[in-house]
Design a protein around this ligand. Structure first.
Ligand SMILES: [Zn+2]
Length: 404
């Protein structure tokens, strides 16, 4: 969109971090918040932790410059602020075990383009990174902009990231993945001067659901992502909670049975040994031992069979859901969230998983969580498989950081 004087602002220029006044810093904070999500002044003040007076001043100035568009006549505070004549594109990436998703969105638009390949961390870092660069270039080209307009890349990876240094403190789900070095520098050559903001992919999924999904207007949220492995992201007081080493939310390694099977983390009886995707497929194979049947070869396939009525696949999902529900009770007794969201591939099973997980959770968690006027709920992710990439995209937009 072009402003009245024909000027189109460059998003990178608007967001570039310079040593300057508090006022300029506040302005960037407000622009970033609106780029992540068009909002009212009240919502922007809440999300940026700035006073309403400060936000109001910034909005007036930026509206006059056509950086912001202000719509609606529902009183000054009810008006919706969105991005006006600004050219820029934001990127969100989710690297899974064997799945890579990229989402891009122009900063002045609410329309997201995304693409997914069945290719991920298990294929090795050089391979997935090369694929990822191609996917970003392709999607950005489809917006009509070029990679020079990319303002930030949010990068969700299956690893714990030290929130102070940005370095990997542990590769969360499989110790032989070659995720190494500092993720902030992984895309330096392909996208010079573009800040890369890395985080655990479950943290970004929780953030995405908090901003755009069922977590809207909720302060406390636990997002459980169950696919090949299982992990969780935690939102407390509206912010991602990471812990000192980025390991907060590792629900997959919660001990469910101290005498259980050995887990990839080296411990025993972790939740992941009970509900990991490969484990569920294995359970179906064991059930049919000695019988000539077509076996599901992956979790997606297993879920599709359960949906069409296969009783073995349904029972396997029900047991997995019960185990997740029990784990949720233990975690929620400690953090007491308003909402639990189930996502990842297992979330594609819908009620087949969410209903039993919710029932087992209620049976085992403290009853005060459910007697209150707004009880803790368990819901299926509203954003589905895009929770992570959209959360990555939005979170990276909000971070005021110089490219490395
Ligand atoms: Zn484990």
């Amino acid at each position: 969109m072009t402003s009245q004087d024909g000027r189109v602002h460059d998003a990178r220029e608007l967001l570039s971090t310079r040593p300057d006044s508090v006022r300029e810093g506040n302005k960037r904070r407000v622009i970033r918040a609106v780029m992540a999500q068009p909002s009212t002044q009240v919502q922007i003040a809440k999300r940026t932790h700035l006073s309403q007076g400060t936000v109001s001043g910034v909005v007036q100035e930026l509206e006059a410059d056509n950086v912001f568009r202000v719509d609606g006549s529902d009183g000054e505070r009810g008006k919706r602020i969105s991005i006006g004549s600004v050219r820029g594109v934001a990127v969100g990436v989710e690297v899974g075990h064997d799945r890579l998703t990229v989402a891009v969105r122009c900063v002045d638009s609410e329309e997201t383009l995304d693409s997914t390949v069945n290719f991920g961390a298990t294929q090795g870092m050089d391979a997935w990174r090369r694929e990822c660069v191609l996917m970003i270039r392709d999607l950005v080209a489809r917006t009509g902009l070029s990679t020079e307009h990319v303002v930030s890349i949010g990068l969700g990876i299956p690893a714990a990231i030290d929130p102070r240094s940005g370095e990997i403190s542990q590769v969360a789900s499989s110790l032989d993945w070659d995720l190494q070095g500092n993720p902030m520098q992984w895309f330096e050559e392909s996208f010079p001067k573009v800040p890369v903001i890395p985080d655990n992919e479950c943290n970004f999924a929780a953030f995405g659901e908090h901003l755009y999904g069922h977590g809207r207007d909720r302060e406390t949220l636990l997002f459980v992502k169950s696919s090949a492995g299982i992990g969780a992201g935690l939102i407390i007081a509206g912010a991602i909670t990471r812990g000192r080493h980025g390991l907060a939310g590792e629900i997959g390694h919660l001990t469910m049975d101290p005498r259980g099977d050995v887990c990839r983390c080296g411990s025993r009886g972790c939740l992941e040994t009970l509900v990991g995707g490969a484990r569920l497929v294995e359970q179906v194979r064991i059930a049919y031992t000695g019988h000539r049947v077509n076996l599901p070869n992956n979790l997606e396939n297993l879920i599709n069979r359960a949906k069409t009525g296969n009783k073995v696949c349904r029972t396997v999902l029900k047991i997995a859901a019960d185990n997740i529900g029990l784990a949720l009770a233990r975690v929620c007794n400690i953090i007491n969230p308003e909402l639990v969201v189930i996502g990842g591939e297992l979330g594609q099973a819908g009620d087949l998983v969410v209903v039993p997980a919710s029932e087992t959770f209620q049976q085992n968690a403290l009853e005060g969580m459910f007697k209150h006027v707004s009880p803790t709920e368990v819901k299926l992710s509203e954003l589905g498989m895009l929770a992570g990439p959209l959360g990555a995209l939005a979170f990276a937009l909000q971070v005021d950081r110089q490219p490395s």
